[in-house]
Design a protein around this ligand. Structure first.
Ligand SMILES: Nc1ncnc2c1ncn2[C@@H]1O[C@H](COP(=O)(O)OP(=O)(O)OP(=O)(O)O)[C@@H](O)[C@H]1O
Ligand SMILES: [Mg+2]
Length: 491
C-alpha cells in the first residue's frame, strides 16, 4: 500500500516527466518543420498515423438515400429488406399505410439498430437521420452497415446483392396490380397523365380458371420462361416482349385469363381501346407511356382493326381518303403492326401484349403472321373437367354429387360456356338446386342444338342463337357508344 505523500510525489514525478516530454516533442516538431520540406513532412505524418492509430476490426459502409439527384437503389432495397428484420429487441419502429395500400408498411425509426445474420456472421444496420442545418434543406438520411472487416468481400459481393434481390421479391409480393385505362382518369397520379388507373380487383387466378389443364400449365410455363429470359432475349437480339392471342366464344374466360396472368405475374394491365385512337403517332405516344412489366390488352381486335378499311372509305357513306393521307394522320393497321414487331416494339422491357377476339378468322392475317403473336390460345366451351373446377369453386363440392353423372353425360355434347355454368351455380347455395339448374340449362342447350340442326328457324332457341351470332357487331356498337359518351364527358 502507498501512503498519500508517496502517491503525491509519484504524481508530481510523472507530471514533470510528461511536461519535459511534451517540451522536447515541440522542439523536435519545430526542428522538423524547419528542416523538412512540406511534402516530406505530410508523408511522414500520414505514415506515422497509419502505424500508430489503433485499428478497430469493424468496418462501416454508409448507404446514402440519394446519389446525386438520383435515388440510391441500395438504400431503397435496405429500407424494404429491413422491414423483415424488425425483432422483439427493436424498441421503436414506424408504421404507415395509404388508402390504396393493402398491407401495413413497417420501417425502422431514426437511430434504431437492427441486426442481421448472413453466412454465419453478424451485421448491424443503423438508420441515421440528420436534421437540416438550413431551412429549405432536406434532412440527410442514410444507413450505416457495420460488420467485421474480414467479411468485406462477402458483404459487397454476396450480402448486398442478396438484399437487393430480396427487396425486389418483397416489393413484388406486396404489389397491388393496377388496371390502367384511358376512359377514366383514376384518382391517383402514377399513370403518367395519359392513363387513369384503379386497382385491379379481378379475383381471377389460374386456380379459379376452368380450362384444359394441359393448356393452363403450358401458359403458366410460358409466362415463367418469359420473365426469366432477360439475357436470352438480349442474346438473340429480340425485344423482350411476348404476344398472346386469346380467341373463343363470349363467356369462355378470355378476360378472366388476362386477369389471372396479371395476378400471377403481378404485372399492371393497360386496357387499350384502339377505336378511340386517331393516329399512329397517338398510338406510339400511348405505348411509350406504358410501364415495364405490364400487359397491354387490346380486346375484340376484330372489331378494332377494321380501321384502315373504314378510313379508306370502303364504307358507303364515307368520303375516300388517300393512302398517304391515312398513314400520315390516322391510325392504321401498319401502325399497329409496326408496334408489334417494328422499331417501336423494342420500347421497354418485359412487356406482354394480349389481343382477344371471338372470331379468329375475322382478324387480318398480317396480325397472325408468325412472330407477331407468340401463342394462340383457344378458350373453349366447358368440359367435364372445367365443370368440376367450377363446382368446387362455387359450391365447395370437392368430391362427388348425385347429379354429376347426368351433367357429365350432357356437358360433353353441348356447347355451354363456363360463364353460363357459373351463372347457374351462383343461383343457389344449395348444391341440389344449383346443380339442378345446370342440368336444366344443359337440356335446354341440347334441344336448341337439335332445333338448329333440323333447321327450325322459328324456334326460340334458334332466334337466341342468331342473336348471339351478331355479338361482334353489338360489341362494336356498345364500344362506340361508350367512347362517344366518354368523349362528350371529357370535352
Ligand atoms: N374459363 C372460365 N373459368 C372460370 N370462370 C369463367 C371462365 N369463363 C368465364 N367465366 C366466368 O364468366 C365471366 C365472364 O367471363 P369472361 O369475361 O372472362 O369471358 P370472355 O371470354 O372474356 O367473354 P367476351 O368474349 O364476351 O369478352 C367471368 O367473370 C367468370 O365469372
Ligand atoms: Mg372479355
Amino acid at each position: 500500500m502507498f501512503s498519500l505523500s508517496e502517491m503525491q510525489s509519484s504524481a508530481s514525478t510523472l507530471f514533470s516527466a510528461y511536461a519535459s516530454f511534451a517540451t522536447s516533442m515541440m522542439l523536435v516538431r519545430s526542428m522538423v518543420n524547419e528542416v523538412l520540406p512540406s511534402p516530406v513532412r505530410s508523408y511522414l505524418q500520414s505514415a506515422f498515423r497509419y502505424f500508430f492509430t489503433p485499428r478497430a476490426n469493424q468496418l462501416t459502409i454508409v448507404i446514402d438515400e440519394c446519389c446525386g439527384f438520383n435515388s440510391n437503389q441500395v438504400y431503397e432495397a435496405a429500407e424494404i429488406y429491413l422491414r423483415t428484420k424488425i425483432s422483439p429487441s427493436t424498441e421503436r419502429f414506424k408504421v404507415n399505410k395509404t388508402r390504396r395500400q393493402k398491407n401495413l408498411n413497417i420501417a425502422i425509426e431514426k437511430g434504431e439498430e437492427v441486426t442481421d445474420t448472413f453466412a454465419d456472421f453478424h451485421l448491424n444496420w443503423k438508420f441515421v437521420s440528420i436534421e437540416p442545418q438550413n431551412p429549405g434543406h432536406r434532412e440527410k438520411r442514410f444507413f450505416e452497415l457495420s460488420f467485421n472487416k474480414k467479411f468485406k468481400e462477402i458483404v459487397l459481393n454476396d450480402y448486398l446483392p442478396f438484399v437487393l434481390a430480396k427487396s425486389k421479391e418483397i416489393k413484388q409480393n406486396d404489389k397491388v396490380v393496377k388496371l390502367y385505362t384511358r376512359d377514366c382518369l383514376g384518382d391517383d397520379d402514377d399513370g403518367g397523365g395519359i392513363w387513369g388507373s384503379i386497382d385491379l380487383e379481378h379475383p381471377s387466378t389460374f386456380e379459379t380458371l376452368a380450362m384444359d389443364t394441359k393448356l393452363k400449365k403450358a401458359i403458366i410455363d410460358d409466362l415463367d420462361r418469359f420473365v426469366k429470359r432477360r439475357d436470352f432475349y438480349k442474346k438473340v437480339g429480340k425485344a423482350w416482349k411476348r404476344g398472346y392471342l386469346l380467341y373463343g366464344p363470349p363467356g369462355t374466360g378470355k378476360s378472366s385469363l388476362i386477369a389471372a396472368m396479371a395476378n400471377y405475374l403481378k404485372f399492371d394491365i393497360y386496357d387499350l381501346e384502339l377505336t378511340s385512337l386517331y393516329s399512329d403517332s397517338e398510338l406510339r405516344r400511348i405505348l411509350v407511356s406504358t410501364s415495364n412489366r405490364s400487359i397491354l390488352v387490346i380486346e375484340d381486335i376484330d372489331c378494332s382493326v377494321e380501321m384502315q378499311d373504314r378510313l379508306l372509305g370502303n364504307e358507303p357513306s364515307k368520303p375516300k381518303v388517300s393512302k398517304t393521307e391515312v398513314s400520315q394522320t390516322k391510325l392504321t393497321l401498319s401502325g399497329l403492326l409496326n408496334f408489334m414487331d417494328g422499331l417501336w416494339s423494342s420500347c421497354g422491357d418485359e412487356k406482354i401484349v394480349v389481343f382477344t377476339t371471338n372470331y379468329k378468322d375475322r382478324i387480318d392475317p398480317a396480325l397472325l403472321r408468325p412472330g407477331r403473336m407468340d401463342m394462340h390460345i383457344l378458350m373453349s366451351y366447358c368440359t367435364t373437367q372445367g365443370f368440376k373446377l367450377l363446382a368446387s369453386n362455387y359450391l365447395d363440392i370437392h368430391g362427388h354429387h348425385r347429379l354429376f353423372g347426368e351433367i357429365e353425360g350432357l356437358i360433353e355434347n353441348v356447347k355451354v360456356t363456363p360463364a353460363e355454368v357459373a351463372e347457374e351455380l351462383m343461383r343457389s347455395e344449395n348444391p341440389d338446386v344449383a346443380l339442378g339448374g345446370v342440368v336444366n340449362l344443359l337440356k335446354r342447350k341440347q334441344i336448341e342444338a337439335s332445333n338448329i340442326k333440323e333447321g327450325k328457324t322459328n324456334a326460340p332457341e334458334v332466334q337466341q342463337a342468331k342473336r348471339l351470332k351478331t355479338d361482334g357487331a353489338k360489341k362494336r356498337a356498345v364500344r362506340n357508344c361508350r367512347k362517344k359518351t366518354v368523349r362528350s364527358m371529357r370535352y
